[in-house]
Design a protein. Structure first.
Length: 423
């Protein structure tokens, strides 16, 4: 049966149809065009630069020590297909490692970053492995075969509302997954493990933040308990343009003509660009290579200086104005109410933590409370066991035992009528 159009006519038809569509939309109602993922430093395709949104210039970061840490080394990166993970891959590749091992359990994300590296024609051997960090045997075999000297652990479930609704799988990835990576690094004598944490681990009101704090506790305990493998934990806030963040959401809402949805008029967050965050992570991880004595096996946690927090509604207004539009007139802003697990503001360190300058611009040292490994292990095992059995009531109790400062958000789960910024 003939379609009624030859190939040339068909191509012409679709080209004309695409030319009439708004950016990011398809010919099918309610669907989005699938666009190639750009490097996160390009804000995932946002039509404005970071200086315009953050009202500050990106940091100039000295990465000489990071080059010494990574040059000629075998480097393994978990969560390599994610926003932070893929930028870690790009940055690590620039330091001429001897081997670059990419690990992710999301096939398409892993394919994208693997192809990106191969298309660059680097002299660095790049290997991509589809591995779930929760599967200890698979991960152990991978470490045995690749023998990484530097491990950058970015794999995690990070989206607060999704994690609130899926606590057992989130605990498995964020707690058990971290444990498996850290244990394998010690077993196969990696030199250093860099754990990517979050400001949401400080006085957490979300289950995601609490699980990341538990993983921090394990990294700290391991760092103190042995001296062969150094563990470095780095906390930072929101990454502008990352998957699941507000900036790409606002961009889509502006393209659709609004409204932009913000959960609360006073909600604020710390923001960095992906490139800034990753460069500061690598600088923090390599500080003792350039400044002996700054980092020792004492379980300290690095905190990135992210400048002043930005009100989300102000970020929305800046994005609207960057498109030549007027907030509240051309594009409405609606307030939808805080979501479960969501804070009005984030903290990057506890009141009880003493912050120490490192001599590196943008990197501070915190000294949070720790739990010795023999005391931590039984409670840690409880969290994993209850998560494996999907016993979320006991899981919550076990998490509270390890992170007593964890207080679930009081955000109402009931639907409320949206308010506009003009009201």
């Amino acid at each position: 049966m003939s379609s009624g159009m030859d190939n040339n006519q068909s191509n012409s038809f679709w080209n004309k149809l695409r030319s009439t569509l708004k950016p990011g939309h398809s010919a099918v109602a309610g669907t989005e065009m699938v666009r190639p993922r750009l490097a996160p430093c390009d804000l995932s395709g946002l039509q404005m630069d970071s200086t315009q949104l953050l009202r500050r210039a990106p940091r100039s970061i000295d990465l000489q020590a990071a080059g010494k840490l990574m040059s000629g080394k075998r480097i393994l990166i978990t969560g390599a297909g994610g926003t932070i993970g893929s930028e870690l891959v790009r940055q690590a590749a620039s330091f001429n490692p001897s081997r670059l091992v990419l690990v992710d359990n999301a096939e398409f994300n892993l394919y994208q970053i693997d192809m990106e590296m191969r298309e660059l024609g680097l002299d660095v051997p790049v290997e991509a492995y589809l591995v779930d960090v929760c599967r200890r045997n698979h991960l152990t075999r991978l470490f045995e075969n690749t023998r990484p000297e530097i491990v950058l652990h970015a794999a995690a479930f990070k989206h607060v509302p999704i994690v609130e609704q899926n606590q057992s799988p989130a605990a498995l990835t964020n707690v058990l997954g971290a444990k498996n990576v850290f244990d394998a690094a010690i077993e196969f004598k990696s030199e250093a493990v860099v754990f990517i944490s979050t400001d949401k681990a400080v006085n957490p009101t979300s289950f995601m933040g609490a699980t990341k704090r538990i993983a921090e506790l394990y990294a700290q305990a391991l760092d103190v308990a042995q001296t062969d493998t150094r563990f470095v934990t780095v906390r930072f806030g929101n990454v502008l343009g990352s998957t699941g963040s507000v900036a790409p959401l606002f961009e889509r809402q502006i393209a659709a003509g609004g409204p932009i949805t913000v959960t609360h008029p006073d909600i604020s967050r710390y923001f960095m660009t992906t490139r800034e965050a990753v460069q500061l992570v690598l600088q923090a991880a390599s500080l003792d290579h350039g400044q002996r004595g700054v980092v020792t096996h004492d379980g300290r946690i690095f905190v990135l200086d992210m400048g002043e927090p930005i009100r989300i509604v102000e970020l929305a207004r800046r994005m609207i104005e960057a498109h030549g539009l007027k907030p509240d007139e051309d594009i409405k802003i609606e307030f939808t109410g805080l979501r479960p697990g969501e804070k009005l503001f984030e903290e990057i360190f506890l009141d009880t933590e003493k912050l120490i300058k490192t001599g590196a611009d943008g990197v501070l040292l915190a000294s949070p409370t720790m739990i010795d490994l023999p005391l931590l292990n039984p409670r840690f095992a409880d969290v994993i066991s209850y998560a494996q059995n999907c016993d979320e009531e006991k899981l919550a109790e076990a998490v509270h035992h390890l992170v007593p400062e964890f207080r679930a958000s009081v955000a109402s789960k009931q639907e409320t009528a949206p308010r506009t910024a003009a009201e």
